[in-house]
Ligand binder design. Structure first.
Ligand code: FEO
Ligand code: CA
Ligand code: CA
Length: 690
């Protein structure tokens, strides 16, 4: 029996879907430049068979669980306490703390649907004022000047940090991944966008920093504050680290190779132990036009490996600023595809693109600390057949909040060693037949190694300089035989055990003609639903150069024999497809948001136990509106925050023919927004507890 449902109208699964991942064509076009409809850019012949985890407590989780949380009184719940069968057959037990709620069934409602007993509120919407004096949002009279002072579009990552010395306040850092022009602008003509529309889109990208008041109910509301700021596609950022100043990063507008305008397509992120926020530039390639006019074979190959192709770009930005024209400014594209670090506590801080962390389609950057205080970042490159990376800093973090400590810690991500992962399975290759059938040893598992690519100005990759390794990291990883993965998205170290969890979203091309076939870490051909990998570093040392790994979940409808839920009874789990962003709660449960549910339901947020007798128990906590993706989950004791990205982004949708009218209802424009969920009328009660 599936988990008890909180919604009627459960839909039969799986539904026929015409797209590779369950996304709409509109999402594919605007979000990643139709990446799945093109050849995957990794055509390298490197061995793909292999495998890939972390010690100190994840500061992000600490920050998330300590930020603005005042532990409430856990009152008696009106909800029954669910019970689950003990997988060992030794009787019944209560569900683990944090997961005691009635699961939400798959559905297609144009709403955020939560488990019963919870209520929701919108914290901030696209277009809401961020800066003092910003005008109210008027969808029919949008201007670039207004948007530059308002909350941007499509949030992927959320960080919430405690605001020292200010009672019941926190700083929200949100990124704005991309714009969906068809459903932003009435009458939008994709062949002929206007300058104003393009400039609004530039202003709707980037980052927002917004201070929030914590209400007694547990809700959150934006306030005017000196820390509130917007970073857009035209803000000035700094390139730092070993490739900064390289000739590969110089343009006609920036002969120093150290100053860059804007940050684009920011996806997952992370919070550093010193309280800054990291954000990964992902599908930056789609903003650049005229790659096909480039004739130099080396440049062409480099562009191709990052998915740059064709003439006019989807949004035609190259018509309005020549830096987006690759034929005119071939190096501008090299200045995107980095991890950006921002200090939200300094309103004048110039965000820094950290070249030591490599250039690829960055998904997230999650830290651990070594026992001696060096920082390790885990990073995914979200593309079919691309790689999983880590960075180990050379220097140790200085604890404390003094100016000297802050200055020092802001240099940590500029010096260190960049590695890429190779996964090896421990079962005979013949037993990995592409169906998802477990091998005879009962697990998709094995060992792995971290292959060093570069450290400081030293390259470990034959034929490439260190600068080339940092700027063309994908090409460097190709040469050393990294393992081709099924789209590595978010990564999250367990705050207590240090085990690192990686979400691999899907890979419709796995095993296709001419493509890499299944391996033990990526065991399904035509993988539509993705998997989650656990990585444990040797000796629990995040700086180790080897690790053990195993698959924790092989996602999909539990009735599908190719799925695996860590051995938990499949008839008691929620269907889950396309895991994307990850977060831990204070109890050590992993929370997973999905992007592109290929089972026909709206995307959602799921909690799953990772240890104990309920290990593998997956429960859906909420679903997001039609066309939307669930992003940025933050799981605190008393509240959950999610970003609802691209509501209404379905095939054929426009402003006048909307696919969704969430959050404000019929007659209004869909607005990507941040949502807070708390216990109904019980602002002090904890999430997922009786
Ligand atoms: Fe922006 Fe890979 O999701
Ligand atoms: Ca095995
Ligand atoms: Ca993602």
């Amino acid at each position: 029996m599936p988990p008890r449902s909180s919604t009627d109208g459960q839909i039969p699964l799986p539904l026929v879907n015409t797209h590779h991942t369950g996304r709409s064509a509109l999402t594919c076009r605007y979000r990643c430049g139709d990446a799945c409809f093109h050849e995957a850019p990794n055509t390298s012949g490197n061995s793909y068979f292999g495998d890939v985890v972390a010690s100190a407590v994840s500061r992000r989780s600490l920050l998330r669980t300590t930020a603005v949380v005042s532990l409430g009184v856990a009152g008696a719940s009106a909800m029954a306490v669910p019970a689950v069968a003990d997988p060992d057959g030794r009787g019944w037990q209560r569900e683990p703390r944090g997961l005691r709620f009635d699961a939400v069934a798959p559905n297609r409602q144009d709403a955020v649907v939560t488990a019963p007993g919870y209520e929701q509120d919108v914290v901030i919407r696209w277009g809401d004022p961020v800066l003092p004096g910003a005008p109210a949002f008027d969808p029919r009279r949008q201007t670039a000047a207004a948007q530059a002072e308002q909350f941007g579009y499509n949030v992927d990552y959320l960080a919430l940090l405690d605001l020292p010395h200010e009672h019941r306040r926190a700083v929200l850092v949100a990124n704005h991944e991309y714009t969906s022009e068809q459903i932003m602008f009435a009458g939008y003509d994709a062949a002929n966008p206007t300058r104003e529309q393009v400039e609004i889109a530039w202003a709707a990208h980037g980052l927002s920093v917004v201070v929030l008041d914590e209400e007694r109910s547990g809700g959150l509301s934006p306030v005017r504050h000196r820390l509130n700021r917007r970073i857009t596609a035209t803000s000035e950022l700094e390139l730092t680290g070993p490739a900064a100043g390289s000739s590969l990063l110089k343009t006609s507008a920036d002969p120093t190779g150290r100053k860059v305008l804007g940050t684009l397509n920011n996806c997952g992120g992370g919070v550093t132990p010193w309280g800054t926020v990291l954000s990964g530039e992902e599908n930056f390639n789609q903003y650049f036009g005229n790659a096909d006019l480039v004739t130099d074979p080396t440049t062409k190959a480099r562009l191709g490996r990052y998915g740059l192709r064709g003439l006019a770009s989807e949004r035609k930005w190259e018509r309005f600023d020549k830096r987006f024209d690759v034929a005119q400014e071939p190096n501008e594209v090299n200045r995107h595809g980095w991890i950006v670090e921002i200090d939200p506590f300094d309103p004048d801080f110039v965000p820094r693109k950290r070249t030591a962390l490599g250039r690829f389609k960055h998904e997230a950057a999650e830290p651990r600390l070594t026992r001696d205080g060096r920082v390790v970042l885990y990073m995914g490159d979200d593309e079919r057949f691309d790689y999983f990376y880590k960075f180990v800093s050379k220097n140790r973090m200085k604890p404390g909040t003094s100016q000297a400590a802050r200055r020092h810690n802001l240099t940590l991500l500029d010096e260190g060693t960049l590695y890429v992962a190779r996964f090896s399975g421990n079962s005979p290759a013949a037993e990995i037949d592409g169906t998802g059938k477990l091998p005879s040893d009962g697990a998709f598992d094995g060992s792995g190694e971290w292959i060093a690519l570069a450290s400081g100005r030293t390259s470990f990759v034959p034929g490439m300089t260190a600068e080339e390794v940092y700027v063309y990291t994908r090409l460097a990883a190709d040469k050393v035989g990294a393992t081709k993965m099924d789209r590595p998205e978010d990564v999250e170290p367990h705050p207590r055990t240090g085990t690192v969890y990686i979400a691999l979203t899907n890979n419709s091309d796995r095993g296709a003609a001419g493509k890499a076939g299944p391996d033990e870490a990526n065991p399904r051909t035509r993988n539509r639903h993705g998997q989650i990998v656990e990585v444990e570093e040797t000796r629990d040392d995040p700086a180790a150069t080897s690790f053990r790994w195993r698959l924790f979940l092989v996602c999909g409808d539990p009735s599908d024999p190719s799925t695996y839920f860590a051995g938990f009874p499949k008839d008691r789990v929620s269907p889950i497809s396309c895991p994307d962003n990850l977060a831990f709660d204070a109890h050590g449960n992993l929370w997973i948001s999905t992007d592109g549910n290929a089972l026909g339901s709206n995307d959602g947020l799921f909690g799953v136990a990772v240890d104990g007798r309920s290990r593998g128990l997956v429960k859906q906590f909420l679903t997001v509106p039609i066309g939307a993706e669930t992003c940025g989950p933050i799981i605190q004791e008393r509240r959950i925050l999610v970003a609802v990205q691209h509501p209404g982004e379905v095939d054929g949708a426009t402003v006048d023919k909307p696919g969704s009218t969430w959050p404000d209802g019929p007659g209004t424009i869909a607005r990507p927004s941040v949502v807070v969920v708390t216990r109904s009328g019980r602002g002090n009660d904890r999430i997922g507890e009786e």
